[in-house]
Write a protein that binds this ligand. Structure first.
Ligand SMILES: C[S@@+](CC[C@H](N)C(=O)[O-])C[C@H]1O[C@@H](n2cnc3c(N)ncnc32)[C@H](O)[C@@H]1O
Length: 314
């Protein structure tokens, strides 16, 4: 059902260029099936930061860049109201179908808005929690962070998260092939919006800054990261670090919630969720090399993820 609804929305989406658009190859059916699922601990970490400073924090959440509404669906269990926003044509329609029609969550829980992070119609000082998951790198980040600050009430929480591609526990030749596949995608991701994306994702968002006048309690949690952001690097486009000395950095070298076992077919399907999409046939040699090296066995994957929390100052 989810797949049918997703492909229906894909076909009816008008062409309009934004980051992570249908035109760049987005396929929500594959995304839902093959991207890592957000574990319970992901939400616990967000709620733990949020609860520290808020007595009645569970009124309104705004899930920005919500896509198919994956994060929104869990937020709905904890918040009275969830604003689900995304600027790409067809995405909030899809989110509404999946959340309300398929998952049978009450429509009254949600407000669906087709709009970008940088310019929202949400009233100032009305939101308790803003989540920007796997999305802020597609925005004009300074404007987006400013807009999140405007929407949040004093003491409200911003949670910005990003998981990158998994690291694999495999022999050197498989590692080389896997790196080659990722490099091929990065090579195609040149110009336009991608020049903003890569300096952010390669640095685990260290290139994302939070002005001290507006934010406090900025905490950057790096998971499956061994004391540095090397595991996030995909190519050489590194933005300079905007991490300030007053921010807290927490390193968690191993979190089984972001580890898995996967075979070659999963890797192919997973890479079809990245944009720009590179058809399997165009990098067949690399896939063949990886398949040969894996020898039909699944490999352990370990996905680095960064979760950044910030509290809106009074
Ligand atoms: C990889 S998806 C993430 C979807 C969802 N948040 C999740 O975690 O599964 C990235 C989303 O960012 C959205 N996006 C692109 N440009 C944006 C912008 N300027 N403001 C807000 N979202 C944007 C895309 O439409 C897409 O839905």
């Amino acid at each position: 059902m989810a797949a049918a609804l997703a492909s229906q929305a894909e076909q009816s989406a008008p062409a309009k260029e934004l980051g992570f658009s249908y035109r760049q190859g987005v396929n929500w059916s594959k995304y839902i099936a093959f991207r890592p699922q957000y574990p319970v601990s992901f939400f616990e970490r967000i709620y733990s930061h949020h609860s520290k400073r808020n007595e009645k924090p569970w009124s309104v959440a705004h899930d920005v860049g919500a896509g198919a509404g994956i994060v929104s669906s869990t937020l709905a269990a904890s918040f009275d109201k969830v604003i689900v926003s995304d600027p790409n044509d067809g995405y909030v329609t899809l989110a509404r179908k999946l959340l309300v029609e398929e998952a049978s969550l009450p429509e009254s829980k949600f407000v669906f808005l087709q709009e970008p992070a940088e310019n929202s119609s949400v009233a100032s000082g009305t939101v308790d929690l803003v989540t920007a998951c796997e999305c802020i790198h597609w925005t004009a980040v300074d404007a987006a962070v400013r807009e999140f600050g405007r929407e949040l009430r004093a003491g409200g929480t911003l949670a910005v998260t990003y998981y990158t591609r998994p690291l694999i526990e495999a022999g050197e030749r498989a590692q080389v092939a896997w790196k080659g596949i990722l490099n091929a995608v990065a090579e195609r991701a040149r110009g336009g919006v991608y020049e903003n994306v890569y300096p952010l994702i390669n640095t685990a968002f260290d290139h994302l800054g939070f002005p001290k006048e507006e934010w406090e309690d900025v905490t950057r949690v790096y998971i499956n990261a061994d004391g540095n952001t090397d595991g996030f690097v995909v190519d050489s486009r590194l933005g300079e670090s905007k991490v300030k000395e007053w921010e807290e950095q927490i390193w968690i070298s191993h979190d089984e919630d972001w580890c898995n076992l996967h075979g070659i077919e999963w890797f192919k399907a997973y890479m079809a969720t990245w944009v720009p999409l590179i058809p399997e046939s165009e990098i067949q040699g690399l896939w063949d090399e990886m398949e040969l090296e894996l020898g039909g066995n699944p490999v352990k994957t370990r996905t680095p993820i960064v979760m950044i929390f910030a509290t809106k100052k009074a």
